[in-house]
Design a protein around this ligand. Structure first.
Ligand code: NI
Ligand code: MN
Length: 227
């Protein structure tokens, strides 16, 4: 069964039976990360949702050192290649690829995407990962979108949604998203990294229980979720 470890903000380790992935590497400059980029090893894949610094800050250093394959949209893969990253799997919205990790689909996100040096970052996305008989949805940075109701047919076992507000959807819209996606369980992300995106996850979890059919799963940075 897949095992997720939250590394704070939008950064996760996703361990499946065959491979381990790192999503949106942001560690050394993250106030809530439980480890540094240099402590990340034994990863096979790096998933990148979009080009903002709080999702790619440690991408190049970790990709070069671990030789993990970078899975992202075409623009982010080109940017990584130009900086010496050897292995990439470019994709675009709606496309999926089969990796030993599992099947990875790039889903639409309603957000912007520019890389730290100003390079155009393509469309922001999220990921659906199907592995070990489970389906996980990482919305990553996004607004609430009616497209999310299409995910209800995917029978999502765990949805990871942003709740920080300001730069992404906040708690109210996350509840609406849950009612469209209808996941079995839901975990919050992209909150409490800095004061402008502070949220009370316990209050959010109580509302998820009261107002949706999903079970909330809240962990601290460094915490593990068995999917
Ligand atoms: Ni962003
Ligand atoms: Mn972000």
């Amino acid at each position: 069964m897949p095992q997720l470890t939250w590394l704070g903000h939008g950064c996760w380790i996703i361990k499946t039976e065959k491979q381990t992935a790192l999503l949106d590497p942001f560690l050394d400059d993250s106030p809530t990360a439980p480890c540094k980029a240099a402590e990340i090893y034994n990863i096979d894949v790096i998933l990148v949702s979009h080009g903002h610094f709080d999702h790619v800050a440690d991408l190049i250093s970790i990709a070069k050192r671990t030789k993990a394959v970078v899975v992202a949209n075409f623009e982010i893969c080109e940017w990584a290649s130009k900086q010496g990253v050897e292995r990439t799997e470019p994709m675009n919205l709606g496309g999926g690829i089969n990796l030993p990790l599992g099947r990875v689909t790039l889903t639409p996100a309603v957000h912007s995407s520019v890389l730290p040096d100003g390079t155009y970052g393509g469309s922001a996305g999220g990921f659906v990962i199907e592995a070990d008989g489970k389906t996980i949805y990482f919305a990553c940075d996004t607004a609430l979108s009616a497209d999310m109701q299409l995910l209800s047919s995917r029978k999502i076992d765990l949805a990871v949604l942003p709740i920080g507000d300001r730069y992404t959807m906040g708690p109210d819209d996350s509840l609406e998203a849950i009612r469209m996606i209808i996941p079995s369980r839901v975990a919050p992300a992209h909150y409490n990294t800095w004061p402008p995106i502070a949220q009370d996850a316990a209050v959010w979890a109580a509302r998820v229980r009261a107002e949706t059919s999903a079970e909330p799963v809240v962990v601290e940075p460094g915490g593990v979720i068995e999917v």
